[in-house]
Design a protein. Structure first.
Length: 304
């Protein structure tokens, strides 16, 4: 059992307890927290409460999370758009809405479930049974190229390339507003938001160095189509950096406006180009994931 105690501040008063705890614990989904509340694993001032309880100033909240036994992650016959595959690795074009690896609240329908089925379980085991074959991640609503390792040999080599920032990653994004400069470099350490723990932010105290380069491809007046090049690979890096310039990604309701006039499912962001040196052959390889249909239609609307 792992237990944590929280004391509610004046600014946090009035939040539902399930939302309050979800913001404090980014690794736990809100539905999982609701399950803990139902099982009376959470108490306020010594008394179990329901999910709709609204926290009050100086409430003492005790959250007890049972020791998690890692669940069996089951192979699932989910269609994959495979850009390349050999005995060591795969490059997959991930669709919008697919989570990369299982976590609390997402134990099925993930990329890992799909690749376990496709590869008959023959995946790198370096990242454990919850993340077999996964070297790097992209957000659930980000589309595009992602690398999967079948062998530990490939995984170790590619993880080192990732660490040395030698893997080529080019993203396409549509941001709100009109970017003045044709090209730019955004530098700012990224870490957890000091108040909203479910978000990342430029955090000079606790963040890790992060650098994003961008180039304008097309302007629409109220939006700009850009290519972003990652020098580092922090969580939500492009989303945080572009928002810090006052140009959040269209559809990004976490770092941008809650208004969603284009009815997008999450941010307009696509991992288009992925290049790396193949661990076994030493050959440089580069792959391009075509723009998804929603992205093409959004560009067409903006051009009108």
């Amino acid at each position: 059992m792992n237990s944590v105690t929280y004391c509610v501040s004046e600014e946090e008063c009035g939040l539902r307890i399930d939302r309050y705890l979800a913001e404090k614990n980014t690794d736990l989904s809100r539905s999982y927290i609701q399950k803990l509340l139902k099982n009376q694993e959470i108490s306020v001032n010594g008394i179990p409460v329901k999910a709709n309880y609204k926290v009050q100033q100086e409430d003492q909240i005790l959250l007890t999370v049972p020791e998690l036994t890692e669940p069996d992650i089951l192979p699932e016959d989910i269609p994959l758009d495979i850009l390349y595959e050999d005995e060591d690795l795969m490059v997959v074009n991930k669709p919008k809405g697919m989570v990369v690896h299982p976590s609390a609240g997402h134990l099925s329908g993930t990329l890992v479930n799909a690749i376990l089925y496709h590869c008959h379980g023959h995946l790198s085991g370096i990242n454990g049974i919850m993340r077999p074959g996964i070297v790097h991640r992209i957000d659930m609503d980000t589309t595009g190229a992602i690398l999967v390792c079948k062998s530990d040999f490939a995984h170790k080599d590619l993880a080192e390339q990732l660490k040395e920032h030698s893997i080529k990653r080019r993203y396409r994004a549509i941001v709100s507003g009109n970017l003045k400069e044709d090209t730019g470099r955004i530098e700012g350490p990224i870490g957890r938001h000091p108040i909203d723990r479910k978000k990342m932010a430029i955090n000079y105290k606790n963040g890790k160095d992060a650098v994003t380069h961008y180039q304008v491809l097309e302007r629409f007046g109220n939006a700009t189509y850009v290519e972003c090049r990652l020098e580092t690979g922090r969580t939500h890096q492009i989303r945080v950096h572009m928002a810090s310039k006052g140009h959040p990604l269209l559809g990004d309701q976490v770092y941008g406006s809650a208004r969603n006039p284009y009815h997008l499912q999450g941010q307009a962001l696509h991992a288009m180009i992925l290049g790396f040196v193949h661990p076994r052959t030493g050959e440089y390889m580069e792959f391009e994931a075509p723009l998804p249909e929603y992205f093409i239609k959004l560009l067409e609307k903006l051009r009108k």
